[in-house]
Each structure stands twice: as structure tokens, then as C-alpha cells.
Design a protein around this ligand. Structure first.
Ligand code: GDP
Length: 311
């Protein structure tokens, strides 16, 4: 018999808030989390996986919660010197963070795959949940702007999401394939939770991996999404600009439209109650709840609501 577990699809900061709530009301061992790797980047000769790190540090309870990324009580001494040699010093890698990137790169050079490396790092940091990269193949999200085409991290951090978006491309789609394990997890999970993450460059990236979207469609009735858009706005980050580029309504309706072929249940914010019937018309069971996770209690309340939904 397969043991009951919850499967989550996650990006970084938005997902981490929800996961923090969930992990404090149920045993971490019940969580398996598929994480976006489209933000992965090589800088300073090191392999960096921003979303995997955010989720790992959150579950290891060493994240800087105020910033939403990196270690708490971090220093940036190494970066201050790296900046003298590299023009990519805009990437805020702290000293402890760099230790993780060094260890990851070392394992990669020894021939380990991304899922094996992720497992080692999370276990060493004391994480009990299972954190799984969306694929092992190289995969990168690029944003085309009037000036140039740039890696998503450069657009997000260095350019502060300011340039006009002319195109969004995913490099690596042809080869990125869901592992047998990921497909088994989708099939056997008690429920699948789509975290309140960026629909296009976090969840949308995971959906680009061959096999994942189809596998979710097959188990639609147990897929529960949480809208990252509240009252017509992203809580943080460029989701709004990206949705506009894809001709999606910047609202929970736009998110539902993007997810509709695999979404059985959708939690929209109380502030969007007026839109509930519109989402329901898409054949999605819709619930209203306070999804603005401004403190630990709100994170836990939302998590409890999600795991209590009858599927
Ligand atoms: P990133 O990869 O670090 O940008 O993180 P994610 O993709 O996981 O999360 C970004 C999304 O999280 C944004 O679209 C935000 O609107 C959403 N988000 C952040 N905080 C909250 C929150 O408290 N509630 C909800 N509903 N969404 C949130």
C-alpha cells in the first residue's frame, strides 16, 4: 500500500509562505514538493537553483523570512570581493548561500543529477519533506526585452522587472522530461496542491516539462490550486506583467483559465468573492478564503483549509 502523502507544485517565495504554514500543521514527511528549476542559473562558475534553495531553507528553518530568500543572519563578504571580478554581482548570494552553491557544483562535477544533489542538500540541512526538481535536464527561462534577451533572474533582480516584455522563452523544453518518479507521485498523491506561485514562470515552467501537464489532467479531481493574484494584483513580483503578455486577465479568472484543464478545485481570495461564479462556470469547484499570508497564523489557516477540502 502506498503511504498517504501530499504533492505540491512550487516556485519560490509565494510557495514558501504556504509551505511554512503546511509544514507546521502536519508532519513534513508527508510532503513531496516538485520545484521550478527554470530560474536556475550559473554565475561565478557555480550552479545556483534559487527556488530549490528557497524551499529547502524554508523547511530547514534557516530562511531569512523578511527577504523571502537566502539564509537568516547572512553576511555578504565573499560577494563584495566577487563583485570586483564579475559583472554579475547583482545576484545577491550571501556567504552561507555560496557554500550551498559550491557543494552543489562539486556534486554536479562528480556526475550527480539534480534530484540526487537536491536530496543530499536537503537531508544535510535537516529537511524531512522530499524536495524534487521539476526535471534533471538543463532548463532556463528567458525574457526578451527591447535591449536584449536575458535570463529571468537578470530581468527580475538586476532589471527589477522594468523592461518591456517582448517574448518569454523556455530553453530546454525539447529535452526536459518528467522522471518516472514524478509521474508516479502525481498518480499516487492523496491530493496535489498548486502553490500560490507565479502562474507563468514558476508553475507554468513546471508545466513545460514533458509529461507533467498530461499527468495532472488525468487526476484533475484531486488538484487544488491557490490563486497568487488577489484583487487584480500579484502580491509581489512580475506575475501581472507576464499575464498581460500572455493575454490573460490579471485576476484569479486569468489564473483559472491558464490552469483550467487540470484544476479540480481553486481557492480564490475573499476579496475576489464576486468572481467566484465566473470561475465555477469553468467547471472548477471554487472556494473563498483569506489567502494573504501576512503572518504564521494566516499561513497555517490557509494550509488547514486546503487539506480539509473534500476531494
Ligand atoms: P518566486 O519564484 O520567488 O517569484 O515565487 P513564487 O512563484 O512561488 O511566488 C510568486 C507569487 O506568489 C506572486 O505571483 C505573488 O502574487 C504570490 N504570493 C506571494 N505572497 C502571497 C500571499 O501571501 N498570498 C497569495 N495568495 N499569493 C502570494
Amino acid at each position: 500500500m502506498v503511504e498517504k502523502f501530499f504533492l505540491l507544485l512550487a516556485g519560490g517565495v509565494g510557495a514558501a509562505k504556504f509551505i511554512k504554514g503546511l509544514a507546521s500543521i502536519i508532519n513534513q514527511k508527508l510532503l513531496k514538493i516538485i520545484v521550478n528549476t527554470g530560474d536556475d542559473i550559473e554565475l561565478f562558475g557555480l550552479k545556483i537553483c534559487p527556488d530549490l534553495d528557497i524551499i529547502t531553507y524554508t523547511l530547514a528553518d534557516c530562511i531569512d523570512e523578511e527577504k523571502g530568500w537566502g539564509f537568516k543572519d547572512e553576511t555578504f563578504n565573499c560577494l563584495s570581493i566577487l563583485k570586483k571580478f564579475y559583472s554579475t554581482g547583482w545576484f545577491n548570494a550571501g556567504d552561507k548561500d555560496l557554500a550551498i552553491h559550491i557543494y552543489r557544483t562539486d556534486l554536479w562535477k562528480q556526475g550527480y543529477k539534480k534530484d540526487e544533489i537536491t536530496k543530499r542538500i536537503s537531508e544535510k540541512l535537516g529537511v524531512h519533506a522530499e524536495i524534487i526538481p521539476m526535471c534533471n535536464e538543463p532548463f532556463e527561462t528567458y525574457i526578451k526585452t527591447p535591449k536584449k534577451s536575458m535570463h529571468f533572474e537578470e530581468y527580475y533582480i538586476k532589471e527589477c522587472c522594468e523592461p518591456e516584455i517582448l517574448d518569454i522563452t523556455f530553453r530546454g523544453t525539447g529535452k526536459a522530461r518528467a522522471t518516472k518518479k514524478v509521474l508516479e507521485l502525481i498518480k499516487n498523491a492523496e491530493r496535489i496542491i498548486i502553490c500560490p506561485s507565479n502562474p507563468l514562470v514558476s508553475i507554468g515552467t513546471i508545466l513545460q516539462v514533458q509529461g507533467i501537464r498530461e499527468a495532472l489532467i488525468n487526476v484533475k479531481n484531486k488538484v487544488i490550486g491557490i490563486s497568487p493574484i488577489i484583487h487584480g494584483m500579484a502580491v509581489k513580483g512580475p506575475a501581472g506583467q507576464l499575464m498581460k503578455f500572455f493575454n490573460l486577465d490579471i485576476s484569479c479568472i486569468g489564473v483559472a483559465r491558464f490552469y483550467r484543464d487540470f484544476l479540480g478545485h481553486f481557492i480564490i481570495d475573499d476579496r475576489d468573492r464576486i468572481l467566484k461564479s465566473k470561475v465555477e462556470k469553468m467547471g472548477i469547484k471554487t472556494y473563498c478564503f483569506d489567502t494573504m499570508m501576512i503572518n504564521q497564523t494566516k499561513k497555517e489557516n490557509l494550509a488547514r483549509f486546503v487539506i480539509d477540502i473534500q476531494i
